[in-house]
Design a protein around this ligand. Structure first.
Ligand code: ADP
Length: 222
């Protein structure tokens, strides 16, 4: 079934989400107080509304509680995003994702009922720092405070060894969930499979275990 998603606020963040959702064939409703912003995104949306995120009557009229997901992508105006979250929660919206401007903003959004809180600037900063410090690291995504999914380039310590012989699970408590090889994604990987040059290992686990793995297996020998 096609997902019905409303995006409130069409800045950089909201706008990119709308375009990607459209690409993925979701039914998107766009809402913004700026008429020109709404007009700009009309080709990507099934419904376009010029109105305020805090206009409870408008939100009720469009039946916002029937959407699968509502994304509040208003970062700058903290008061508006908090009030909007509160209204959506009271109207019974099933899942609310809100963009936070700061840690305090994020905490408040959670308190008033946001199910997911995103800190895009902070997350991009962490990702960039990780990539700069560790050249083998291809991508990094925290999925909770203590767990992450990390992608590493296979280095000379792994190449031509079978996955099972590296002991990623036994020694480090981590799981290789996929191997990216050329354009192919091998998921789940066979434990007996040999790792080849240019493979990328996709690993999930506790951040402390990932750090241990990185310092023993990824960092160059000094
Ligand atoms: P970004 O950092 O992702 O560019 P902004 O906070 O700059 O996000 O942009 C927020 C968007 O939200 C703008 O398009 C703005 O017109 C819209 N917006 C601001 N206040 C409201 C409101 N009360 N109701 C609906 N849309 C709003």
């Amino acid at each position: 079934m096609t997902k019905e998603i409303a995006v409130i606020g069409l800045g950089q963040f909201g706008g990119s989400a709308v375009k990607q959702l459209h690409k993925l064939s979701a039914d998107v409703t766009v809402i913004d107080i700026s008429e020109s912003k709404v007009k700009y995104y009309e080709d990507y949306a099934v419904e376009c509304i010029v109105g305020s995120a805090t206009d409870e009557n408008m939100l009720k009229t469009i039946g916002i509680e029937h959407y699968d997901e509502v994304i509040i992508a208003i970062g700058e105006d903290i008061q508006t995003s908090i009030l909007c979250t509160l209204i959506l929660k009271e109207l019974g919206v099933e899942s609310i994702t809100a963009k936070a401007q700061s840690n305090h903003h994020g905490k408040l959004l959670k308190k008033v009922g946001a199910d997911n809180v995103l800190h895009p600037e902070t997350e991009m900063g962490i990702r960039l720092a990780n990539q700069l410090v560790n050249m083998s690291l291809v991508d990094y995504m925290e999925i909770s405070d203590d767990t992450a999914i990390v992608e590493y380039d296979a280095n000379e310590r792994f190449i031509n060894s079978a996955l099972i012989n590296i002991g990623i699970r036994e020694k480090f408590g981590l799981n290789v969930i996929a191997i990216k090889r050329n354009k192919e994604v091998i998921v789940p990987p066979d434990p007996q499979m040999n790792i080849l040059e240019n493979d990328v290992l996709v690993i999930i686990g506790k951040i402390e275990n990932l750090n241990r793995f990185e310092s023993k297996m990824i960092k160059p020998k000094s």
